[in-house]
Design a protein around this ligand. Structure first.
Ligand code: ADP
Ligand code: MG
Length: 244
């Protein structure tokens, strides 16, 4: 099946089990929202899927179009086509956005093949323009001294450049004002189509006015407690997490 399939996943952090028997499937071409209160395990899920070594998958499977990625390293998982936009992107001093992205794109090519500089910069500046990021940012160290909103736009820039098969956006809306929220949403919407699946993690319904999901899942205490269509997010906004 062409999907990001999470099957009966159990994840432990520092010896403590956070997710138990968690299952969710995002078919290619669809956008699913995952909502849930703070501390319920949304970021734990996304980091475990991306292969973070501290988030141990103790049982279950994660399939990307049928290939199990459990146990693979983050770079291999990324090359399999999974992208994670972090809730809290880290700052990398001394590595410019351009250098970082060029290396990431280069690593996807067969050995000996080079990503041509002019082609790279044309693509980079085009995507930066989409996200209204000033060209001068390309030579700045990754996320260093960026505002919250600039960090989030930089995460989306990486996604636009890397063209993943499945993208997980962990609270891409946190800390964004309304204009930045619209820009980020436009960036995401510009990529939507039959060849990509999105898992949009968010606390608030607001983002889902701009990135309208095909399905909404509500998570509590490490489990999905309800699944519905986009109206479920509105109901949640009105009644709070007690509804589930
Ligand atoms: P959410 O993203 O839904 O707010 P998280 O996945 O960040 O939730 O956290 C879920 C639970 O896992 C919380 O109780 C949190 O304290 C715990 N947790 C997450 N990461 C770590 C970590 N690195 N060390 C210890 N506990 C962690
Ligand atoms: Mg989180």
């Amino acid at each position: 099946m062409n999907a990001l399939e999470i099957r009966n996943l159990t994840v432990a952090v520092n010896g403590k089990t956070i997710l138990r028997d968690f299952s969710l499937s995002v078919p290619k071409g669809e956008t699913h929202a995952l909502m849930g209160p703070n501390g319920t395990g949304k970021s734990t899920l996304s980091k475990a899927l991306a292969g973070h070594p501290n988030y141990k998958i103790t049982s279950g499977e994660v399939l990307i179009d049928g290939t199990n990625i459990v146990g693979l390293t983050p770079d291999v998982i990324a090359r399999e086509g999974l992208f994670l936009a972090f809730q809290y992107p880290c700052e990398i001093n001394g590595v410019s956005i351009a250098t970082f992205l060029r290396a990431a794109l280069q690593s996807r090519l067969p050995k000996g093949e080079a990503f041509e500089a002019t082609k790279f910069y044309k693509l980079l500046y085009e995507k930066m323009a989409t996200l209204q990021i000033d060209k001068s940012f390309s030579s700045r160290s990754l996320n260093e001294g960026f505002s919250g909103g600039e960090k989030k736009r930089c995460e989306i820039l990486q996604m636009l450049m890397l063209q993943p098969k499945y993208a997980i956006l962990d609270e891409a809306d946190s800390g964004l004002d309304i204009d930045a929220l619209k820009i980020v949403s436009q960036g995401v919407n510009s990529m939507r189509g039959p060849n990509i699946g999105f898992l949009v993690i968010t606390h608030y319904q607001r983002l889902l006015n701009y990135i309208v999901p095909d399905k909404v899942h509500i998570m509590q205490d490490g489990h999905i407690v309800r699944t519905g269509n986009k109206e479920l997010a509105l109901e949640l906004e009105e009644k709070g997490y007690a509804l589930s």
